[in-house]
Design a protein around this ligand. Sequence first.
Ligand SMILES: Nc1ncnc2c1ncn2[C@@H]1O[C@H](COP(=O)(O)OP(=O)(O)OP(=O)(O)O)[C@@H](O)[C@H]1O
Length: 387
Amino acid sequence: IQCMSEHLAPQIAAYEREIGTLREELLKEIGHLEEKKEAAVKAAANCSQEHLQSLALPPTLRTMKTDYASLRSQVRNFSDFYGTAIKEIMAAINEMSEANKDLLEKYRKEVALRRKYHEQLVELKGNIRVLCRVKPVLKEDQHEEGQAVVVTTDPNNESALTVLSKGKAKNFELDKVFHPQATQEEVFQEIEPLITSCIDGYHVCIFAYGQTGSGKTYSMEGTVENPGINQRALKHLFNEIEERKDMWTYTVSVSSVEIYNEVLRDLLSKDGEKLDIKINPDGTGQLHVPGLRVMEVKSFQHIKKVKYQPLTAGSRRCDPGLEGPPDSHTLQELTTHLPAAGLTGKRQQNRHGCSGTMIYQDSLANPVSLAVPSPFQNDKCEKLAGV
Ligand SMILES: Nc1ncnc2c1ncn2[C@@H]1O[C@H](COP(=O)(O)OP(=O)(O)OP(=O)(O)O)[C@@H](O)[C@H]1O
């Protein structure tokens, strides 16, 4: 066996070499065939495209083909377009939030400025200001020739007032004296800054005091052609609110009462319901009138349409049947509320936002000397007006 295997070994080696050579040739041949196949496939593809192009497509198919091509390119471009749009949107959002920050910053500065102005106003003009309007002598006053005019103003001093009493001239100094020819507009100009303060959250009380026929109603309400403080203040208030509407939304509400000989009546209720003043149970220690109707008003026109109950008979005049001085007062309270967060301030801000109150009051009283230190003789009225 050993002898045989030694004899066959060279032959086996020769076969193996021959097999190797044959394998290499076979692989080469396969390679050639592959190349030929590729070339044949390409040629076939070209041929079918040329063939397709040479075919006359119906017009609808041709349109579809162009539409399809355009859609394909649009789809390809869409991701680029989408990316650009997202970037633009993000840039706009950033710009907006920057603008918002800017606006908020401006508002904070504005609030601080207004507070400063209000404090300056209070500092310069006082927290309580007493203004005097001298009524002109009218035809109906039956002023007779030769009768002395007892109240005179000084054209060079807007604080001075002289009253002739029992042959003696008494001089008074007030915050401001309006001469008899002063217009409703001039009187209102003195009040105007207080209306802005009310919108900014401060409490304001405007009180007209004087003997019957002295011009309280004329100054406060005025006439249709020549409106007084109340009408002008409301117009001004709604104009200011309108100017601020892009930034802030205010709500405005009104209530109205008459206090006649210590009896308080709601002038917004149908039957002029009688009410009383109580301590507010909310713990603030402030006074309020339980059951008093409060009406939200949207505009100056709206407020003019509010129906008030007619006043108690006799409350607009000295009632001769009464003993002692008649006590007649009408109070109109107007509240502005700004339900905004992020405001700063102490007094005027509560957790609901910022509220300011304006009380107009018109009082009837017996003739009194200008030197009377406290003109508020009516207990309920004094309480309600918060003076
Ligand atoms: N400054 C003024 N200029 C022109 N007229 C005036 C002026 N002030 C008052 N009057 C007129 O005087 C009259 C009496 O005024 P008014 O009714 O306002 O007084 P009053 O103080 O409200 O009186 P009462 O307390 O009795 O209601 C009215 O006819 C009013 O038009």
